[in-house]
Design a protein around this ligand. Structure first.
Ligand SMILES: [Zn+2]
Length: 252
């Protein structure tokens, strides 16, 4: 089974057939779709994602998004988890324009601990000029993991050569996904794959992701390809492709 832990479908797309076709062609069984609550407060795609989950319960798992500056963020989180059955929280600090260390995040993280849902945090590159990369430094997750030892943080776009594997090794509550970054480096340096995977340390904490969306459904296959080719035990691949995210989300 393959679960893609990191994908997007933006509101306004009633026809997601290209997305589903991309999944089928790549052999992806289920995708986790994350919205991003923009800086414009009071607007989010959570209801839209909930609708997708209702429509495609066998193919799509949804995460929600809130903005820490939104006075109703906790209400929206509650609605997303309790009513919409969304399974995690996505934060995108550089696009949403806040620091991971913003104290307004505190109550939101505490609520995620209460619901036992993971927090997927964008780290690393952002290509839109107005996005603030000062807020995408993954080392801030080290601080969060210390402050909130019971919260579960996923470093999105974990960098296999950087400091991210160290945080995965250091903290029981830090995971990383392979989205774009790991797949790109494995494509460049396939001969390093097994060594790199070992260096990434967290055999039980690395999640496959592709950042596929309805405009880029080919990412399912292209991100999977170098991971599938890795010379690592089958058991490790099963964890990477579905086992780890299933235990994180308490899926049977
Ligand atoms: Zn993404």
């Amino acid at each position: 089974m393959i679960i893609d832990s990191h994908t997007h479908i933006r509101e306004g797309n009633d026809d997601i057939s290209a997305f589903l076709k991309g999944m089928d062609e790549a052999g992806v069984d289920m995708s986790i779709v994350s919205p991003i609550a923009p800086v414009t407060l009071g607007f989010h795609d959570n209801t839209y994602v909930a609708g997708l989950v209702r429509q495609y319960p066998d193919r799509i798992i949804g995460y929600c998004s809130v903005h820490p500056a939104d006075a109703n963020a906790l209400d929206e989180l509650r609605r997303s988890v309790e009513d919409y059955r969304l399974k995690g929280l996505k934060l995108h600090p550089p696009i949403q324009n806040f620091s991971m260390l913003d104290p307004r995040l505190g109550p939101i993280i505490e609520a995620c601990i209460g619901y036992d849902i993971p927090i997927l945090v964008h780290t690393g590159p952002v290509y839109s000029r107005e996005s603030r990369m000062v807020f995408s430094n993954s080392v801030d997750i080290d601080e969060l993991a210390i402050q909130y030892p019971r919260a579960k943080f996923i470093i999105a776009h974990g960098h296999p050569f950087g400091i991210d594997p160290v945080m995965v090794a250091k903290h029981e509550n830090v995971y990383m996904d392979t989205t774009s970054t790991t797949s790109e480096y494995l494509t460049m340096f396939p001969q390093l794959a097994s060594m790199l995977y070992e260096w990434m340390r967290g055999d039980g904490k690395i999640l496959f992701g592709s950042d596929a969306n309805q405009n880029h459904p080919e990412r399912f296959a292209s991100d999977l390809k170098p991971l599938r080719a890795m010379d690592i035990p089958q058991e490790s691949k099963e964890k990477l492709f579905s086992g780890n995210i299933k235990s994180l989300l308490h899926m049977a």
